[in-house]
Design a protein. Sequence first.
Length: 425
Amino acid sequence: MPKGFVYILKCSDGSYYTGSTIDIEKRLLEHQSGHGANHTKKRLPVTLVYLEEHQRIDEAFLREKQIQGWNRTKKEALINNNSHKLPELSLAYRDIISKKGGFENLSLQDQEYMVTEALEGTNQKNTFFSNGKLLLTGEYLVLDGALSLALPTKPGQSLSIESLDKPEIHWKSIDQKANVWYETVFSISDDRILSQNDDKVSNRLVQIFKALKVLNPDFFDTTSGFKIETHLDFNREWGLGTSSTLINNLATWTKVDAYELLKLTFGGSGYDIACAQHNSAITYQLIDNTPIVTPVEFNPEFKEHLYFVYLNTKRNSRDAINQYKQKRPISPSVIDDINSITEEVIHSTSLTEFERLISKHENIISKIIEQDTVKSVYFSDFDGSIKSLGAWGGDFVLATSRTNPEAYFKSKGFNTIIPYSDLIL
């Protein structure tokens, strides 16, 4: 497993961004050029103010999540090398007061600091961000333990939270064009969260709130509430993870396990949650129903010949999963074949080799789900390879081409063609 780095950037508006990576120089260049995280690209220029090196990238990722949960004062203590202050900054206010023998025994400076922090906390806006996702190998079979290669995307979804002094949740969802596509108010009463509306989105959010209450019973109370806004970077019809990015953001905010929240709400393998949490390509595998996530180096030399094409329709993943389950049991030898293809794809060095592997993968999945490959259905005359991504029949496909294929796909009525480097972290 490669080494990892945890870093903190100071943005032009004074805010801090904490991240982790296996290649710090490359990641800094991405942030500084506006191709990094959604938070930093809107707040350029950014400056590196803190860096830690870890022996394993998974250790760096866990450290990143720990620091992200700290308030500004504690982050600045870390940045300024005042590590001796961290334990006290970790104490709750009531613990500090008890330790000093009462509020009146604190120094005037400490009293002012504590009051300021408390007042800021009531109006503080917390923002969380999760990456989108694409599954390059192992679709369907990831549910049965196949090793899969997943790619986090640059566009994702953010979630901002502000406190309210009444027991309500004011929810607003904003799309990639800055248009409000959903808005409502929920009431918090007697450990229940109730919607003013009876529509599909409202009912789904109520279900998520109920699951959050199961996983963190003490989180919501009946004396206060929240103003919540979600912001999507991508078209929500694209299948890049509107649901998974929301689940991961809500789980991070409420300090619950995102995989457990997914199980109680949308279901699925969980690879999309892993993408939401990582800033590089990963392999994902379920072993005894436990997610095994490993960051990997996947930066193909031939990526300028890779394109993502939207098929003009969104595929319902839950329906696709249910149809796949009817094809079980799956032969262990098929799982082994997909595992081998995934490993070979990660280490492929030429476009020709890559095309051979994804074509072999398409044929295997085609036989299992008894569905024709997308190339044979839509693009039989295309001079290149086509690979379905995720549930077959919609969302994005991957196309390989030695020349720009935009004119070809547009002639077929598919107008969304995105080069690999524009979409993938």
